[in-house]
Unconditional design. Structure first.
Length: 186
């Protein structure tokens, strides 16, 4: 079951997509499809949500989205560089979409200290119709999930015990939805 706070933000994104007549595609790594699940919980979303690529491993990021091996080797998958290539790659693969977002990160456990809880999110927009037009990046940002959880605590009472990793996934999904909404409202 998707928490209500994610459904609320996903609903706001759907309303913005509807108002602007835009279609969205996403690429998820560390959230494992949680954002897509939030969208597909909404009736009528198929008019505006093209789909999601869950690209958890490096090889999948490279083969499905065209993320360059050099990018992963130099910056790893927990980087704005990788998030940027994921968003642009999934948009390139989805001609009917006018907007794309991607998320990648390391939500633990056993993460290197500098990457523990880090997420990178990119949002790309197609500024002109046709595949010949190059998309533009609206945002590419890095966030620390634990800091986000302190700033905006999750406003729900889970019926089961959640791990830190699961709380980070929920926080990351909410942040991705908020960046998509910001892009639509700009």
């Amino acid at each position: 079951m998707v928490p209500e706070f994610l459904i609320q933000v996903a609903t706001q994104v759907k309303e913005a997509l509807t108002l602007r007549g835009q279609r969205l595609v996403i690429a998820e790594s560390c959230t494992g499809g949680l954002v897509a699940t939030s969208f597909t919980s909404l009736p009528g979303i198929s008019e505006y949500f093209c789909g999601s690529a869950v690209v958890y491993r490096w090889d999948t990021k490279m083969k499905w989205l065209g993320v360059k091996p050099e990018t992963l080797e130099k910056y790893t998958d927990v980087s704005v560089e990788t998030a940027r290539e994921m968003a642009l790659g999934v948009l390139k693969q989805t001609p009917e979409a006018s907007l794309a977002a991607s998320i990648t990160g390391h939500l633990g456990p056993d993460a290197p200290q500098q990457q523990d809880g880090m997420i990178c999110i990119a949002v790309a927009v197609r500024t002109a119709s046709g595949l010949d037009s190059s998309p533009e990046l609206f945002a590419v940002e890095t966030f620390q999930c634990d800091r986000l959880m302190e700033e905006v605590p999750l406003d729900f009472q889970p019926s089961v015990d959640f791990t830190l990793r699961q709380y980070r996934q929920l926080t990351a999904a909410r942040q991705m939805l908020k960046l998509i909404l910001a892009a639509l409202e700009s």
